[in-house]
Structure formats: structure tokens, C-alpha cells
Design a protein around this ligand. Structure first.
Ligand SMILES: *Cc1c(COP(=O)(O)O)cnc(C)c1O
Length: 351
């Protein structure tokens, strides 16, 4: 830390991403929930074309992408805005909807960025424990008078709420925004976007990073009634009106033109998830039911850290969280069937 840093030691707690080694050829990378499938070919073409016009600023309204999103989700473009990844949209949501009075609330075991942001913005925060089975208890969120952040399905547990449970939280918090961060929804959970027309306090945040094979392109999108979107736009335009660059906007359009390809990949990954869960179960693993492209699993005879380190030695990266309640577990991203077979063989040799 330099003598010029304007924050106190320990005031911030920066997010630590999963390892991103650069020589991944010889590695099976199952640690950051990326898709094993590359984007379709039309994305490369669209990006090349956009590159030729990159002397000009990109469209700060991102209209072409918003129109495509509107047609995919059956809403109008003023229900959408975009971020440089959904992480940026989460940051905008904190700036738009959390202050000293409203504060924030989220689960003890959930996406780590919520806590990082609540520190960054010095938001008074309620941390609400998941139950013993790592289920979110909707009753705990009734009438909270806090801005609520819920990852649904949750990470790293993989568990999902039903729309009825989400509605219970929305109805009982009419004076606060409820943010549903559904980064993994396309792998099998109920999508909250159809609730947007009904609830003016619902903000649904989504990403192209997991289900649409575009983690490196950094595109996230928010869906809400136009008045909430306008608030996010005020924040976005106060920070960086060109937050989603021209290449990523072009790619996002190309991806949405080919939406079926990505949704079919999600279905394959969901099958591979069930396959891996069964195989691990036969080896004595206990795995939480997952609606995502990862599983959260533990074994009585090997700690989360031992499994993580053992697999790393065999060139397979998974994620281990050295945190209370979840030290026994590893989070394993679902890849191709071949990757799952390689993983199962490596695990057999470790236990
Ligand atoms: C991966 C993830 C994000 C971040 O996605 P980006 O769009 O890549 O920034 C947000 N929320 C959850 C729950 C995630 O798992």
C-alpha cells in the first residue's frame, strides 16, 4: 500500500477471482464456471467487422443489443441495460439502490462480490444465514427493509428458489429493490424475467459469461421496469457511458441471433451434471442438488482442500473456499463428457 492510498488498512476486501492460469492447454479447467464450448462462428465475424469501425466510439445506448434482448425475452428495449459483465451491474445496483438508510441484505454463503461491494460502498449490511442444508429461507427475508441481493440459483451451493418463493420476497418488501442475480438460470432454474412486468421492485441481473460462452467478452444485462432501468442508466452514465465496448456489443448481438446454440449447450451441460453427480455418488460423495453448471460436493474421507490440491497435482483445477461452513466442499464446474470422465478417473485415484 502506498502512502497515497485514501482507504484505511482493512477497510476494503477486494474480490479474489479463481485462478486463471495462462497455459491452459494441458489443464482441465473446472474452477470458474466457464462454458467448455467456444462461441459460435458468427461471433468471430461480427467482432472483426466491429473492429474495422473501432476508430469511432461505440453506441452508448447499446440499442442493437437491447433490441435483440427485447425480442428474446418478449419485452421492450427500455426494460434492459448492459454492463461490463454482470459484476459491473451489481456495482451499479449498489450505487443506485443502497445507501445508509436502505442498506443491503444477502446470504452468508453466496456470491462473494456482494460483500466486496458492500464494503466498497460502506453499506450497512445484514448477512442472513442459509439453513443447515444450505437452503435460503424466504421467510427470513419477509419485510426486511433492506435492498436484497439473491443469487438464484445460488453460488457456490447450486440450489435454486422457485418463482413462488421469489414472489413471496418481492411482495413483502414493496419499499425495497430485490435483485435476483441469475447468472446460472439457463442451466435449469426458473427464470425471474417474466415477473418483471408484475413487480416494480424487481431487478433481474444476467450474464453472457456462463450459459452464453462469453466470459472473456464481459457482457451482463439487467432487466426491470423502465423506471428502475432509468436509475441504473443514471449511474452508468455517471461512471462510463461506453462501458460495453463496440466489439462486445457486436458479439452480444451475434450471440443472441444464435441463442438456440447456447441453450442447447446448456442442456448438454445439465446432462453432464447429472452424470457426474451419479458417478460421484457411487464413490461416496454427497452433492447438493444443482440447477447450475457446477456442483458443490464433499466426501467423508477427504477434505475440500485435499481434494482441490490432489486434483491440481493431476492438472485439474476446481474451486475450494477456505471459509466457515463450507471447508469440506469443492465446487466443480461441469464441462464436456470427456472432461467429466477424466475428472472421475482422477478422483478415483485420490480417494
Ligand atoms: C459469475 C457470476 C457473476 C459475474 O458474472 P460476470 O458477468 O462475468 O461479471 C455474477 N453473479 C454470480 C452469482 C456469478 O456466479
Amino acid at each position: 500500500m502506498s502512502k497515497y492510498f485514501s482507504r484505511k488498512p482493512g477497510e476494503l476486501q477486494a474480490y479474489v477471482p479463481g485462478e486463471q492460469p495462462r497455459n491452459i492447454q494441458s489443464l482441465i479447467k473446472l474452477n470458474t464456471n466457464e462454458s467448455p464450448y467456444p462461441p459460435a462462428e458468427n461471433v468471430t465475424k461480427a467482432v472483426l467487422k466491429a473492429t474495422n469501425k473501432a476508430n469511432l466510439y461505440c453506441d452508448p445506448t447499446m440499442l442493437a443489443v437491447r433490441q435483440q434482448l427485447a425480442s428474446v425475452y418478449g419485452l421492450t428495449p427500455d426494460h434492459f441495460t448492459l454492463g461490463n459483465g454482470s459484476d459491473e451491474l451489481l456495482s451499479f445496483a449498489f450505487l443506485a439502490f443502497c445507501n445508509q438508510a436502505t442498506g443491503a441484505a444477502f446470504a452468508d454463503i453466496t456470491y462473494g462480490f456482494y460483500k466486496v461491494l458492500s464494503r466498497l460502498y460502506a453499506t450497512p449490511t445484514d448477512i442472513i444465514p442459509l439453513d443447515e442444508q444450505f437452503c435460503l429461507v424466504p421467510e427470513d427475508y419477509v419485510g426486511l427493509h433492506k435492498t436484497i441481493f439473491i443469487a438464484n440459483p445460488n453460488a457456490p451451493t447450486g440450489r435454486a428458489l422457485t418463482l413462488a418463493q421469489i414472489e413471496q420476497i418481492l411482495v413483502s418488501n414493496p419499499d425495497n429493490v430485490v435483485i435476483i442475480d441469475q447468472a446460472y438460470v439457463d442451466f435449469g432454474a426458473e427464470c425471474a424475467i417474466p415477473l418483471v412486468e408484475k413487480y416494480d421492485n424487481l431487478l433481474v441481473i444476467n450474464t453472457f459469461s456462463k450459459s452464453r460462452s462469453f466470459a472473456g467478452g464481459r457482457v451482463g444485462f439487467a432487466v426491470a421496469q423502465p423506471s428502475l432501468i432509468a436509475d441504473l442508466e443514471t449511474i452508468r452514465n455517471s461512471i462510463n457511458p461506453y462501458n460495453v465496448n463496440a466489439l462486445s456489443q457486436a458479439a452480444a448481438c451475434a450471440i443472441l441471433e444464435n441463442n438456440d446454440y447456447y441453450m442447447q449447450n446448456c442442456a448438454i451441460i445439465a446432462q453432464n451434471r447429472e452424470y457426474l453427480t451419479e458417478q460421484l455418488s457411487a464413490l461416496g460423495f454427497e452433492t447438493l442438488p444443482s440447477k447450475t453448471n457446477f456442483i458443490f460436493t464433499k466426501h467423508a474421507s477427504i477434505s475440500g482442500e485435499q481434494l482441490y490440491l490432489g486434483l491440481k497435482e493431476k492438472a485439474i483445477l476446481v474451486r475450494y473456499f477456505n471459509a466457515p461452513r463450507i471447508r469440506d466442499y469443492c465446487r466443480i464446474t461441469i464441462g464436456t463428457k470427456d472432461q467429466m470422465d477424466a475428472l472421475i478417473n482422477a478422483i478415483k485415484s485420490l480417494i
